[in-house]
Design a protein around this ligand. Structure first.
Ligand SMILES: Nc1ncnc2c1ncn2[C@@H]1O[C@H](COP(=O)(O)OP(=O)(O)OP(=O)(O)O)[C@@H](O)[C@H]1O
Ligand SMILES: [Mg+2]
Length: 545
């Protein structure tokens, strides 16, 4: 274009261009990018709503020391149109907080980086409000009481441009009850019994949380009760200090701004785990500024020096106080309760540290027979791998997940499982950590960290060996039973032949032969030595994932 020639319609000034520049609220952002919150796919979206409500109820009950009792109901109102409700017996939500919890994103208070909780961001349930309103235009209804005799019922929407609740209706009435109930409607979603649907989500939640009771009524009106297998409320996770390994410069500099310490040296000692006085001296020898300095005056390049020093110095592994595994006995109870298997084995590894310097722990179980595995439409069985992070089931994005990879990498044939993919087999893997390295914001898949994969493999090989012992014993019993049956079948004819040769009493001879066979094979006949595993669940097509 020749120089100075005016553009068609005239030039526009920067002021003009910036007239349409406006701040975008976080709610607005998630409205446009709802897949970030798990709202993609018809089945997945419905499961995400169930997940958000259930995790909140469980967190709230456990924090308050209450044995959770949840009631979920999904009712079909039309084609791809459902009403959901979730009612808990938790501590309730004080009325003045309801609008912030359900109508404002990032209003939550549980954003503690180093604590093992299910909820982390304060986005979850406002996302449910927003997804309900985006698909139906209707508010969600919240009923809650802290047990003081007043029940507050609040109907609200999210005012997307302001990221604030838009309260449509409030009522107060008298009722002796404590807990929270959320009711809303969704369109464009789908309920099914697939491995990615709400039923499976709840079933797996029940396995990883033996202390909860869930009652679920599905759109067909079927009522399923997952009874609690234990009355032990998990111990409250402790918040742990940051470990220096894996800290980045931005995190160090942010912590330095917020600390109450007056010197960098005491900041290092107080605000991090595993930094002792002698470690402070070691760090001092590796940086070019005086650690007596006020941490609030720490420059970016000094924070960089600290980050480098952290990498160069050896520290003890992080404390494991923040880890709350389910526990071997509890996992066993839950597996027996829900899967009623013919065989089960559980292994809990000791804590280890993954590459970010964060402690983690692995719990695995295998179950065989009973309700383990999934029956597929042609009547065969398929192995199911149940993945969990901090007890929350991961139902999506199995492909790139370290937990799935580790399960697939085990040579199951060595442990007597000829066809790993198609057996009445359930593999349970729970990864516990204050920081789970997810591959994406959807939090459904764990990054393949070498240490994590190694720990899972070790645990699975251990349960594999236990299965192998059981399986070999069972095979030997079966062979012996077969030999026994054959010899018993021919004992009559044998007695007849001997009687013809020796003139002995045929009946007596037969009894004696039977006696010898029984003694030799040390076998007491059972009703049915090879009990076929029960087949209960049908696999349906999953979501569009
Ligand atoms: N059923 C409930 N009973 C009591 N308190 C609740 C309940 N549901 C939510 N809350 C409170 O509301 C807060 C916000 O919930 P929200 O789901 O938005 O965030 P979160 O659970 O902290 O994190 P995440 O975004 O990961 O879900 C919770 O931290 C909790 O304090
Ligand atoms: Mg939540």
């Amino acid at each position: 274009m020749p120089k100075d020639q005016p553009i068609e319609g005239g030039e526009r000034s920067a002021d003009d261009l910036f007239k349409s520049f406006k701040e975008v609220s976080i709610t607005e952002f998630f409205r446009k990018n709802k897949a970030h919150l798990g709202y993609s796919g018809k089945v997945r979206s419905l499961t995400t709503v169930v997940h958000e409500l259930v995790t909140n109820s469980l967190d709230a009950c456990e924090e308050a020391g209450i044995l959770p009792d949840l009631e979920l109901n999904i009712k079909q109102l039309g084609v791809e149109h459902y009403r959901y409700s979730c009612r808990d017996n938790g501590p309730g939500i004080p009325a003045k907080h309801v609008s912030r919890v359900f109508g404002k994103m990032l209003a939550g208070t549980k954003f503690h980086r180093n604590i093992q909780l299910r909820g982390q961001q304060g986005i979850g349930v406002a996302g449910v409000t927003m997804f309900s309103q985006m698909t139906t235009g209707k508010p969600v209804r919240i009923r809650t009481s802290i047990g003081d005799g007043d029940v507050h019922e609040i109907h609200l929407l999210v005012d997307v441009s302001k990221n604030e609740a838009d309260i449509v209706e409030t009522k107060i009435y008298k009722e002796r009850w404590r807990g929270t109930e959320i009711i809303g409607e969704l369109k464009g979603v789908l309920f099914n019994l697939s491995e990615q649907g709400p039923y499976e989500y709840l079933r797996r939640t029940a396995i990883a949380n033996p202390h909860i009771r869930i009652t679920f009524i599905d759109p067909e009106g079927r009522k399923s009760v997952f009874e609690r297998a234990s009355k032990e409320i998990p111990k409250r996770p402790e918040e742990v200090k940051s470990h220096p390994k894996g800290m980045d410069v931005d995190e160090i500099s942010n912590m330095a701004k917020k600390t109450s310490a007056t010197r960098v040296s005491s900041f290092l000692e107080n605000d991090f785990s595993r930094i002792s006085k002698s470690k402070v001296n070691e760090i001092q020898s590796k940086v070019h500024f005086d650690l007596k300095k006020n941490p609030r005056k720490l420059s970016w390049s000094e924070a960089e020096e600290l980050a480098k020093a952290f990498e160069a110095v050896d520290f003890m592994a992080p404390p494991i106080a923040g880890l709350c595994p389910i526990g071997e006995a509890q996992v066993r109870k839950a597996v027996l309760n829900i899967l009623k298997p013919e065989f089960e084995a559980v292994v809990e590894r000791t804590p280890a540290v993954h590459s970010g310097g964060v402690p983690f722990q692995i719990e695995v179980a295998v179950a065989y027979g009973g309700n383990a595995g999934r029956e597929i439409t042609d009547g065969g069985m398929r192995t199911e791998v149940m993945r969990f992070s901090n007890r929350v089931p991961l139902l999506f994005d199995a492909g790139g997940c370290a937990l799935q990879q580790a399960a697939n990498s085990v040579d199951w044939k060595r442990y007597g499982i000829r066809d790993f993919d198609n057996s009445p087999f359930t593999v349970f893997i729970n990864l516990i950590s204050t920081h789970i390295p997810y591959t994406s914001a959807g939090k459904q898949s764990v990054a393949s960290d070498d240490e994590i994969v190694k720990e899972i493999r070790m645990a699975l090989m251990d349960v594999g060996r236990k299965f192998n012992r059981y399986h070999s014993r069972k095979r030997r019993d079966l062979e012996r039973a077969e030999r026994f049956n054959t010899l018993m079948r021919y004992s009559g004819e044998l007695a007849k032949a001997i009687s013809a040769l020796t003139g002995g009493d045929e009946k007596e001879l037969e009894e004696r032969i039977k006696d010898i066979v029984t003694k030799k094979l040390k076998f007491t006949p059972q009703e049915e030595p090879d009990k076929k595993p029960g087949k209960k669940k049908k696999v349906e097509e999953g979501d569009e994932e």
